[in-house]
Design a protein around this ligand. Structure first.
Ligand code: SAH
Length: 389
C-alpha cells in the first residue's frame, strides 16, 4: 500500500465516541466509573459537579485526581444541546429554541409566577400522536430525545438564571413534561431524566414539583406506576369517546374508561394519599365547551381523585379551532365547581412569543408526511407562518 493511502486511512480513523455523562443517572455513572477502574462513589461527585454546580470542564473538578481527569478527557464529555435563541415575553415568560443532534430544534418554556417558576420541558422532537388542536402534532415526528437532551433543558434553564452559583435562588422550582412530545412514548429516557430532576445531589426537586403529562398511552401509564410517583396530569379534552376520538386520536386505541382507570390506579399507588391527578381540558369554542360536556365530565371523573385545569385553546397559524368565549368558560367552570370539583383556569402566558400551551413547534425534520400536509394546508389558505421555512 503506498504511503499516501496509509496516511489518508489514518486521517479518517473515526474517533472513539465519548460517553456523554450529562444524561447518566447516579447508578449508570457508578457503572461508568467502575468500568474505568474507579470507585462507584465518584458518581455522586460527578452528579454534583454537573447538575449542582453546572460544571462541564473536567479540569475544574478539583476533587478528582489528575489521572482520573485525564482518563475522563479520553473517554467522556459533558455535552449539552445548543441554544439557538432565547426570547422573553412581556409577561416574563422565556422561550428557548434548542438544537439537538440531527439538526432539528425543540422548544422549552419558563413561566414565572408569584410563588414558583415552572419549566415546561420537551420529551420528543415533534409528536406522533397528532392531536387535532396541537401545533406540535402538525410538525410531524422525528425521534425521541435522549436523557441528556431532556435533562440538558433543565441544565440550560438553570444556567441562564445563574442558579448554579452558590446559594443562588432556585428560579426553576417546578418542571412539567408538557413541552413538545408525548413523554410516555419515550418512557425510559423520561424516567431517567425525571429521576435526575429529583435526585438530591442533582436538582433536588420534590416529586410533587415534577409533573408528567400524558394524552393517554395506557400501558405505559400502568407501567409508570411501578417506577415513579411524580405528579400526574392527564390530557382529556373531551368527556366521551366519540368526541375524544376526533380530538385525541390515541383514544381510538385506549379509550376514556381505560385511561381514567389507569390514572386512578397510578394515583392510588402513590404513598401520599392526598395526591390528585390534574385533568387538563382544553376548551374550544363550540367543540367541547357546552354545558352537556361539563356535566358528562363531572360524571366521568367521579371516582378519580383530581383537580381540573381548564385551558382556553391557544390558536396557531392554520388551526381549525377558536378560543372558548369567556361566557362558555365561566359556565363550564361553574358546573364543575357546582359538582364539587376544584377547578383552575390556566392563564395564557407567553402568547406574544408563541410560547403558550400547544403552540410549541420548534423545527422538526419530519419523518412522517404530516408537516408537508400542514404546510400545504397553510399555503392553500395563504396563512403566513413564521416558524416554518
Ligand atoms: N403529550 C402530552 C404532553 C403535552 S402537554 C400530553 O398530551 O399531555 C401540553 C398540554 O397542552 C396538553 O394537555 C395538550 O393537549 C394541551 N394543548 C395542546 N395544544 C393546545 C392548544 N393549542 N391550546 C391549548 N392547549 C393545548
Amino acid at each position: 500500500m503506498p504511503d499516501s493511502a496509509l496516511n489518508t486511512a489514518e486521517q479518517f480513523t473515526p474517533q472513539p465516541v465519548k460517553t456523554n455523562l450529562l444524561g447518566l443517572s447516579v447508578s449508570k455513572l457508578g457503572d461508568f466509573f467502575e468500568q474505568l477502574g474507579e470507585k462507584r462513589f465518584r458518581a455522586t461527585q460527578m452528579v454534583k459537579w454537573i447538575h449542582q454546580m453546572g460544571e462541564q470542564d473536567f479540569d475544574q473538578m478539583t476533587n478528582l485526581s489528575k489521572s482520573l481527569r485525564e482518563k475522563l478527557h479520553e473517554t467522556a464529555e459533558v455535552r449539552l444541546p445548543e441554544v439557538v435563541s432565547c426570547q422573553d415575553s412581556t409577561d416574563g415568560t422565556r422561550k428557548w429554541l434548542i438544537k439537538v443532534e440531527g439538526g432539528s430544534c425543540i422548544e422549552m418554556v419558563y413561566i414565572p409566577e408569584k410563588d414558583r417558576g415552572t419549566l415546561c420541558v420537551s420529551s420528543q422532537i415533534g409528536c406522533a400522536l397528532d392531536c387535532s388542536f396541537c401545533a406540535t402534532g402538525k410538525q410531524g415526528f422525528n425521534r425521541d430525545l435522549s436523557t441528556a437532551e431532556i435533562i440538558g433543558q433543565l441544565w440550560i434553564a438553570a444556567q441562564s438564571f445563574d442558579q448554579f452559583a452558590a446559594k443562588a435562588p432556585r428560579r426553576v422550582s417546578n418542571v412539567v413534561m408538557m413541552g413538545m412530545g408525548e413523554p410516555l412514548m419515550n418512557f425510559n429516557n423520561v424516567v431517567d431524566a425525571m429521576n435526575l430532576m429529583m435526585e438530591d445531589n442533582a436538582y433536588g426537586l420534590s416529586k410533587r414539583r415534577v409533573t408528567l403529562s400524558t394524552a393517554g398511552v395506557v400501558p405505559a401509564l400502568d407501567q409508570l406506576a411501578g417506577v415513579t410517583d411524580v405528579s400526574l396530569a392527564i390530557s382529556l379534552h373531551a368527556p366521551n369517546d366519540e368526541l375524544r376520538n376526533e380530538l385525541v386520536p390515541i383514544n381510538r386505541k385506549y379509550n376514556l374508561a381505560q385511561f381514567v382507570e389507569s390514572a386512578k390506579n397510578y394515583i392510588e399507588k402513590m404513598p401520599d394519599n392526598r395526591r390528585k391527578a390534574t385533568v387538563e381540558y382544553t376548551l374550544m369554542d363550540q367543540v367541547n365547551d357546552r354545558s352537556v360536556h361539563a356535566r358528562e365530565l363531572a360524571i366521568l371523573l367521579k371516582d378519580l381523585p383530581c383537580k381540573i385545569n381548564l385551558i382556553p385553546f391557544n390558536p396557531f397559524p392554520g388551526s381549525d379551532y377558536k378560543r372558548v368565549t369567556n361566557t362558555a368558560l365561566n359556565r363550564f367552570r361553574d358546573i364543575l365547581q357546582g359538582e364539587g370539583y376544584t377547578v383552575t383556569v390556566r392563564t395564557t402566558r407567553g402568547d406574544d412569543i408563541a410560547a403558550a400551551c400547544g403552540q410549541l413547534a420548534g423545527e422538526v425534520n419530519d419523518r412522517t408526511k404530516r408537516q408537508q400536509r400542514y404546510k400545504n394546508k397553510l399555503a392553500a389558505e395563504e396563512v403566513p407562518i413564521k416558524l416554518l421555512d
